[in-house]
Unconditional design. Structure first.
Length: 394
């Protein structure tokens, strides 16, 4: 893998950085307080093609490679984690349809999603179901020519404004996925406020009370809901979150460099203190490491390498824990000011904690990563040289 961005990727990075600096970064604190994302901003994001970044051009998408998509998420995360989370959930639904939808679903929904004509949300979590996602309690019963959904979903990012939801329910005991439009009879949306972080992401709770869903809105097959559709979507979600965490960490670093260059204590600027320089050095090294882990995962996705999924989990684990540690240090460096909303680092700390929970918590990633290592050890013990054979096939 060549560890250097292409000229095209560098140009795109500069373009999105300029957009974030002008349209997002200066206003993120205000949106956080109001727990609101302006519709005019979403329109600008859609007009630039960011909502259809990784969709194929045949569906009006940009056809981005995964490293470029990571750059987009990093810069968005640097500006506002809430806005970045829109890219996450919208693209999770888009990718699920792109991979598992039938031709008519792709032809109808994907261009609308790519152009931002409709906003999509991912509806998996429930009041009683989080990490154990395959145990969803929402049910779907086939009656006549439609499915009848009953149950609840919670913590649905941008659920307040989404036009369509990818909903997971059990049908005959099998986890199954459905596209549910917001105007479907029997669906009600209740805003959620007062959360710890990503407050502008307009979370909602969904209630399904005999909600009728057309048979044509079944995505994939019965029983495909978790192992196939949700799993592949969450893989893209983890990559988006991981890259966004690099953005949070980068924002913390930039804030600390500015603050320690302007603030004096004991008659010298904070930046002259050795302990401050130690923390800045650790931030720089860990941000670079997290970014490279994201690029590695992206590269493996682009070449369809089977290790891309576990490498994405590793990137998400390291980037999210790194962002949380760096944000905590950033608040400490800012002292009392770090606890004030007049400085962005307190928001970065709150947002970074959310990143350790969503799309697979830190603890779930630890279980997954360790289990993968033991599986590799077992396979290599049974069949020496399996890694080389696998690489040759790829």
């Amino acid at each position: 893998m060549k560890l250097e961005l292409t000229p095209q990727q560098k140009n795109y990075q500069a373009e999105i950085k300029a957009f974030v600096n002008e349209e997002i970064y200066p206003h993120a604190g205000e949106w956080d307080k109001k727990e609101f994302t302006p519709p005019e901003l979403i329109k600008k994001i859609a007009q630039r093609g960011f909502l259809g970044g990784i969709l194929p051009t045949e569906y009006a998408g940009k056809g981005m490679d995964m490293i470029t998509f990571g750059i987009l998420n990093e810069e968005m995360g640097r500006g506002c984690s809430s806005v970045r989370s829109l890219l996450t959930v919208h693209n999770m639904v888009s990718q699920a349809l792109c991979k598992w939808g039938n031709k008519s679903q792709k032809d109808y929904w994907l261009p609308k999603l790519a152009l931002g004509e409709i906003i999509a949300a991912f509806a998996l979590s429930e009041p009683n179901v989080g990490s154990d996602a395959k145990s969803v309690e929402t049910t779907a019963t086939f009656v006549g020519d439609a499915y009848i959904l009953n149950g609840q979903k919670k913590w649905i990012t941008y659920g307040q404004i989404a036009d369509v939801f990818l909903v997971f329910a059990k049908c005959d005991g099998k986890p199954t996925a459905f596209l549910v439009e917001k105007n479907n009879p029997g669906l009600s949306v209740k805003p959620i406020s007062g959360i710890l972080g990503t407050r502008a992401s307009m979370l909602a709770e969904l209630r399904f009370n005999n909600c009728h869903v057309s048979e044509e809105n079944l995505v994939g097959k019965l029983g495909f809901g978790f192992s196939y559709i949700a799993a592949s979507a969450l893989d893209y979600g983890r990559y988006s979150v991981a890259s966004g965490c690099v953005g949070i960490a980068q924002a913390c670093l930039e804030a600390c460099i500015k603050y320690t260059s302007d603030r004096k204590q004991f008659d010298v600027y904070l930046k002259e203190h050795q302990l401050i320089r130690q923390k800045i050095t650790q931030m720089i090294a860990n941000i670079k490491a997290a970014r490279l882990l994201c690029y590695q995962a992206a590269y493996l996705k682009d070449i369809s390498h089977p290790n891309s999924i576990i490498e994405t989990s590793i990137a998400k684990y390291f980037a999210s824990t790194t962002a949380s540690k760096i944000a905590n240090d950033a608040v400490q460096i800012h002292g009392g000011n770090g606890c004030s909303s007049e400085y962005p680092v307190e928001r970065y700390l709150r947002d970074s904690k959310i990143m350790e929970i969503i799309e697979g918590s830190t603890q779930i990633q630890e279980i997954t990563i360790a289990e993968s290592a033991y599986q590799d050890y077992f396979i290599s013990s049974v069949s020496p040289g399996w890694e080389k054979k696998l690489t040759e096939k790829v």
